[in-house]
Design a protein around this ligand. Structure first.
Ligand SMILES: [Zn+2]
Length: 471
């Protein structure tokens, strides 16, 4: 089944053809670990997790190798370490661990590799040395800079990924003006550390630390090998980060075509907060670490995938509420279908990929999932065993690539409730059903209040009342 993805480099939807059908590689730029991740940072982690799951389903005979890095060298990390009087590793280890836990709560599978920049200094220094030797980079006042016009003179197309010319890029960007730069577009590969900051042995015997862009070029090459099949990240990384990754990696290997570094580029859109940009000054920054305490991870995941990954996503309380309702509906049907055993190949059958092969169309696939669940409900009502097995297989097969409905349906509704509490709740619900049948609505309301006091939410539906513990 062919997979179509929107390639930022070609600016259109293209068929994905792996370089090696036995080994598919994907690199996604990960977080800088100096603080808690905000919800916008979780979007690429979840989007590319769906792609990772999809690739594994579409290419069952291939090894799908997924790398997502941690940037653990950065000015903001240094600042946090100095402020707290600790080594940078204390900060980076802590926030990398929190990030991994939070992404796991969103059902994002751990990537095959999670390289940390500090563990790849040798590779970065070697890559920079190589660029200097080839005349693609130069040393100036203790820094090593990449020579952008030289790259273009050698046939490289610096604006290929962004689709903009060098002049355009410079006009629109906050380019650091520095006396030691030959050209305004040149960017830092290596720089000296300030006193008190960590430093490593660098190229040309220059102690210091790497620039951000060279980290991903060195780590992706070492961990995955070049060219990478798919390189992904947030839309804001197209320029300068990914543009510079291409320039460095191509120049180091004497390549002119950007495909020599990565064959397909995918970028996810921004996330807005109820129509506003997320920013500290507006006080609307939402941290994943807080959100996973308020909502089940699957609700957050559903909300993140409810829009197409390339479009902006407006993050609102209503979006979370609707995502919760959709999951309650689906889990309710799965609970009623508990006795139905799906076909054995439910997690390997590539036929249940919904609209994901059309550039990861998650909203359409959620619609398919809801329809398939509705069909399952119908088969259950008709008592059609074969139909129920087939539809449940479709529901679970699709849900697994989307990374939702991964819990036991009872646990979804009753999560955390003790057996005693469950018995009490069931008894109260039965009393309430009886009261309503007898048209004693005052009694029914009283029982509902009792349930609310127990932190239980009752949901009345066409097939009776279900309940769940309040978050
Ligand atoms: Zn990167």
């Amino acid at each position: 089944m062919p997979l179509f993805i929107h390639d930022t480099l070609r600016r259109q939807k293209v068929e994905f053809v792996p370089r090696d059908p036995k080994r598919i590689t994907m690199y996604v730029c990960g977080p800088t670990v100096y603080n808690y991740a905000h919800i916008g940072n979780a979007r690429p982690a979840v989007v590319f997790d769906v792609l990772y799951r999809l690739l594994r389903r579409l290419y069952p005979d291939a090894e799908v190798v997924y790398a997502r890095n941690f940037t653990d060298v950065d000015d903001r990390i240094n600042a946090a370490a100095i402020e707290q009087g600790v080594d940078i590793s204390v900060i980076t280890n802590r926030f990398a661990e929190v990030y991994e836990q939070d992404m796991a709560a969103l059902n994002a599978l751990p990537p095959t590799h999670a390289p940390r920049a500090t563990a790849y200094m040798t590779e970065m220094v070697a890559l920079i040395e190589r660029l200097i030797q080839q005349g693609a980079a130069y040393v100036s006042e203790g820094e090593v800079l990449f020579d952008v016009p030289r790259y273009e003179a050698n046939g490289g197309d610096y604006g290929a990924l962004s689709g903009r010319s060098l002049d355009d890029l410079l006009a629109g960007a906050r380019v650091e003006v520095a006396d030691n730069k030959k050209n305004p577009a040149d960017f830092v590969l290596w720089k000296p550390s300030k006193p008190g900051e960590p430093a490593w042995d660098g190229p040309h015997g220059l102690p210091g630390r790497p620039g951000w862009h060279i980290e991903c070029s060195a780590m992706s090459e070492k961990v995955l090998g070049l060219p990478i099949d798919i390189h992904g990240g947030g839309h804001d990384l197209i320029f300068p980060h990914h543009t510079n990754e291409i320039a460095q990696s191509c120049a180091a290997h004497g390549a002119k075509e950007p495909e020599a570094y990565a064959r397909y580029w995918m970028h996810n859109g921004f996330l807005d907060m109820s129509g506003e940009k997320m920013s500290k000054s507006l006080g609307n920054v939402v941290l994943v670490h807080d959100l996973v305490k308020q909502y089940p991870g699957e609700v957050i995941r559903w909300a993140l995938l409810s829009g197409h990954y390339r479009s902006p996503l407006d993050w609102t309380p209503e979006l979370l509420e609707q995502s919760r309702k959709n999951l309650d509906y689906l889990y309710g049907i799965l609970r009623r279908a508990k006795a139905i055993n799906p076909y054995e190949d439910v997690y390997s059958d590539a036929s249940h990929v919904g609209a994901l092969i059309d550039d990861l169309n998650t909203p359409a696939t959620f619609s398919f999932l809801i329809s398939a669940a509705g069909a399952l409900e119908l088969e259950l009502k008709k008592g059609n065993q074969d139909g129920a097995i087939a539809t449940k297989t479709a529901v679970l097969g699709m849900a697994d690539i989307l990374g939702v409905l991964q819990q036991d349906p009872d646990a979804w509704f009753e999560g955390g409730a003790s057996d005693d509490l469950k018995a009490t709740v069931e008894a109260l619900i039965a009393e309430r059903v009886a009261a309503r049948a007898a048209k004693d609505f005052a009694a029914a309301d009283r029982i509902r209040d009792q349930l609310t006091a127990l932190n239980v939410v009752v949901m009345d539906g066409p097939t009776g009342a279900t309940w769940r513990m309040k978050d």
